[in-house]
Design a protein around this ligand. Structure first.
Ligand SMILES: *[C@@H]1O[C@H](CO)[C@@H](O)[C@H](O)[C@H]1NC(C)=O
Length: 211
């Protein structure tokens, strides 16, 4: 059911994502995926809010339903944005100490006040610094369900301390990855793969058993 005031409230999150991307000095294009339950008023409101928030453009897309043609306008908007002047910059200087780089991400991107390292995380930071890996970039392993570490905190939360449970290194790939909160890095795969329950119904042509 249409509810534009809820869309407006939820926009706090998208607004923060737009501001975060603008920090990198490039124009932002927002792809708004059209769901079958979305109304035109909700989609157009989202589009207006994105533009007012500083996005170069915001395009309603239907490629999931219509294939390539549904993303044509989006492609054109990206092409136009690519021709605009930009001044790309990184969020932090790679030569900063590891904890400073983590803190910059936590404050600037997530909206945290500060970070709090577990004893284990602090020991890892010390170890990687000693081993000469402190200039690697940081890739945070954090829930995608919130800008914070807590999936229940929606919108654009502020006033929290980001807990860093552990810090690991992917030396070959060339980055350090702090584990934020209870985030785990491997999906919990069942011993019986779900593919056993997926089938094609030959009478209806529908795929069954997806979730
Ligand atoms: C929109 O959602 C909010 C929160 O659930 C509710 O209070 C409000 O009555 C809804 N408005 C409409 C028009 O349904």
């Amino acid at each position: 059911m249409e509810n534009t005031s809820l869309v407006e409230k939820g926009f706090a999150n998208l607004n923060k994502q737009i501001q975060n991307t603008l920090k990198f000095g490039v124009p932002v294009v927002v792809a708004i995926n059209r769901f079958s339950s979305d109304t035109d008023a909700e989609l157009e409101l989202t589009q207006r809010l994105c533009r007012a928030a500083g996005a170069a453009d915001a395009v309603i897309c239907s490629h999931f339903a219509q294939g390539g043609v549904g993303a044509r306008q989006l492609a054109e908007a990206v092409e136009t944005a690519c021709q605009q002047p930009s001044s790309f910059r990184y969020l932090y200087d790679l030569t900063l100490p590891i904890v400073d780089k983590i803190r910059i991400i936590a404050r600037e991107i997530y909206g945290a006040d500060d970070v709090e390292l577990s004893e284990e995380a602090a020991a890892q930071v010390e170890r990687y610094t000693r081993q000469g890996f402190s200039e690697l970039p940081i890739c945070m392993a954090k829930t995608h369900l919130s800008l914070s570490h807590d999936p229940a905190r929606k919108g654009a939360p502020t006033g929290f301390t980001l807990p860093i449970r552990d810090v690991r290194a992917s030396v070959g790939a060339g980055f350090l990855y702090p584990l934020v909160g209870t985030m785990s890095t491997m999906p919990g795969l069942p011993t019986r793969p779900c593919i056993y329950d997926v089938d094609l119904n030959l009478d209806t042509g529908n795929v069954e058993g997806l979730f």
